[in-house]
Design a protein around this ligand. Structure first.
Ligand code: FAD
Length: 603
């Protein structure tokens, strides 16, 4: 029998990135008691790493922009399997959320007349990303944190949630352990918001930090909630490829937004060789026109480097496979070339892309103001996640809400850069509001002690197997398998092998063991992350097998074309009563006549 510290809150928010912080602020503003739980230190969530900016149709740089254009860009980017209602709310509410950040102290870069400056990004018709150099996420987290600490929110840092509990058909609590001492904490709550971010650590090459093991996805799944769109994993086209120790670290799309070009080993700007039909009308005919767009010429269209991430990533893979790659298996991304076009180019690059300058200088000994970078695709973002109601963010389990990367719907088959940061504040706010309302309308219920004890026993089991396999080995094997068999280019037979392989890895995970004690024991923490990685990987593989077409982030070598019949369905993953994983189709939601008309208008 374990000792638990028991804590009561009306609402607990799991995750303190942009979505979690914004949800906690909003719930507190509605007068309920809020506990904010996060796996790492406050301020260290993934959101802090965001670079390029936050998308909102403020129309500060191009007055033709507006929510109508933003929503159609988001739907086109997501290849129309988005939750259309979420895309609409997001486009309409993002400008207010950005101005709110400014009112709370965020200092964005400025236009000459003092408004929030906006930059170009892939798939956005007009310059739309409010930014702070290439450190936008840092400013956002700092602002939300500064604001949040004055709202009476209780913060539980370095505390990892292991399981959720339900009574009477709704959530009532969660068991967690503190990473420092390894002791359990039982949170009782009337509503729970999941804001746990992504799943990038299911792959070897990733821009994601150690925390992104799909915990929220797995917690929701085991609570009986439906997951959606898990086949849609975003491989960002530009991660570092060299040296090996830094492989996967992100190179922001902001580099291409500022005029960076992609070239192969033959010096060819290959992105102009393959422009998808649905982007042809918006894409520059020549590099010259693309450069005029970068300079702000409103008559010019976007350079081909600013096509959507799924497409750019696949073009890079093609160049490498056909022998035109860079020495370390990527291609070249060149921003230094702009010195041919503008005076003081080096200073300009350092000002607009300070992190990129330092990142390459320190990690690869490359001066990006003088030389090209070597880049290649890296696992970056998961469009799939917890299925939520577009307005309230409540999952299919009453009282359980989800916002940010852990939730699905907004981005469909492919996320546009910048649309995540705006997603966090738009839907974080909504999740916080509706969770608070739910908490006010319901009484507290006591989690079942037997279930709580069972979670604690299972969590401590790795200590009973000191001679068991090292959990890091199992994690590494999983990452390699997902990278090889369920990566950028997918085939049925390989993915079926991955599903079998995951079962074997599950058995290995169940036998994995740790030594030492419960005080800050990273091996034990890894053992506890493993079941989550296995669950989300299985969800990705099974959904990817099911979707027999290529769309957005999901590319099937054996079904290379987009199939219109699949364009009106999402795939849902849910736990069967016997414990197995079921995958089923559901029609895309939120399509209205007004939105359909807009899509036509801005084609
Ligand atoms: C390098 C990089 C650059 C990016 N640049 C941009 C950009 O310019 N624009 C843009 O729109 N998007 C960008 N993105 C994507 C964007 O940053 C993320 O999608 C977004 O920050 C996710 O925010 P979130 O609030 O959903 O979760 P996160 O910020 O990922 O936070 C998750 C939180 O959940 C906690 N957590 C996880 N599991 C548990 C658990 N079991 N128990 C307790 N707590 C838990 C974590 O500790 C953390 O606090 C970038 C991503 C990366 C990696």
């Amino acid at each position: 029998m374990q000792e638990f510290q028991t804590l009561d809150h009306d609402v607990i928010v799991i995750g303190a990135g942009g979505a979690g912080l914004r949800a906690a602020i909003e719930a507190a503003a509605h007068g309920v008691s809020v506990g904010l739980v996060c796996k790492s230190l406050l301020g260290k969530a993934h959101t802090v790493m965001a670079e390029g900016g936050i998308a909102a149709a403020l129309a500060n740089v191009d007055e033709r922009d507006g929510w109508e254009v933003h929503v159609t860009d988001t739907l086109r980017g997501g290849q129309y399997v988005n939750n259309w209602r979420m895309a609409e709310l997001h486009a309409k509410e993002a400008p207010a959320r950005v101005r709110e950040l400014e009112a709370w102290g965020a200092v964005f870069d400025r236009t000459p007349d003092g408004r929030i400056l906006q930059r170009n990004f892939g798939g956005h018709r007009y310059p739309r990303l409010a930014h702070v150099g290439d450190r936008t996420g840092l400013e956002m987290i700092r602002t939300l944190q500064d604001h949040g600490v004055h709202q009476g929110i209780d913060v539980h840092m370095e505390v990892t949630v292991l399981a959720l509990y339900q009574r009477e058909g709704r959530v009532c609590g969660a068991l967690a352990y503190d990473r420092e001492r390894g002791r359990f904490r039982l949170f009782r709550a009337k509503a729970i918001v999941l804001a746990t971010g992504g799943i990038g650590r299911a792959y070897t090459i990733t821009s994601n930090s150690w925390e992104y093991t799909g915990d929220g996805h797995a917690l929701a799944y085991h609570a009986g909630a439906a997951l959606q769109d898990m086949e849609f994993v975003q491989f960002h086209p530009t991660g570092m490829v060299w040296p090996p120790s830094v492989r996967g670290i992100l190179v922001t799309e902001g580099v291409r937004g500022e005029g960076g070009i992609l070239v192969n080993s033959q010096g060819r700007r290959f992105m102009f060789d393959d422009i998808p039909e649905n982007y042809r009308a918006q894409t520059a005919d020549t590099p010259e026109e693309g450069w005029r767009y970068v300079l702000g010429d409103k008559e010019a269209r976007r350079p081909a480097e600013l096509l959507t991430r799924d497409h750019v990533a696949r073009c890079i893979v093609r160049e490498v496979r056909e022998g035109r790659g860079s020495p370390h298996g990527g291609v070249f991304l060149d921003i230094a070339w702009i010195k041919e076009r503008i005076p003081n180019a080096a200073d300009h690059i350092k000002k607009k892309l300070p992190s990129m300058y330092h990142q390459f200088k320190q990690l690869a000994d490359i001066d990006i103001t003088k030389e090209p970078m070597e880049v290649g695709p890296t696992t970056h973002y998961v469009m799939g996640g917890v299925r939520v109601d577009g307005d309230t963010q409540m999952s299919t389990v009453p009282g359980l809400f989800a916002a940010g990367e852990v939730a699905a719907g907004l981005h469909g088959a492919n996320r546009l850069g910048g649309n995540s940061l705006s997603d966090l504040v738009v839907f974080g706010k909504r999740a916080g509001e509706f969770a608070a309302r739910f908490a006010k309308e319901h009484t507290a219920l006591e989690p079942d002690q037997g279930e709580v004890n069972q979670t604690a026993r299972e969590a401590l089991a790795p200590f009973d197997r000191p001679a068991g396999e090292n959990p890091y080995q199992v994690q590494h094997a999983l990452q390699v398998m997902m990278q090889d068999l369920v990566g950028i280019v997918r085939r049925e037979e390989e993915m079926a092998r991955a599903v079998d392989g995951l079962e074997t890895l599950r058995q290995r995970a169940n036998r994995a063991g740790v030594t030492g004690n419960r005080e800050y024991n990273p091996g034990w923490h890894t053992a506890l992350d493993l079941p989550n990685l296995l669950t989300v990987s299985e969800a990705v593989a099974r959904s990817a097998i099911e979707r027999k077409e290529s769309r957005g982030g999901h590319f099937r070598d054996d079904y290379p074309e987009k199939d219109a019949a699949w364009g009106s369905f999402n795939l849902l993953v849910q736990r069967r009563p016997d414990g197995g994983m079921a995958v089923r189709r559901e029609p895309v939601v939120g399509v209205t006549d007004e939105l359909t008309r807009l899509v036509e208008k801005y084609k």
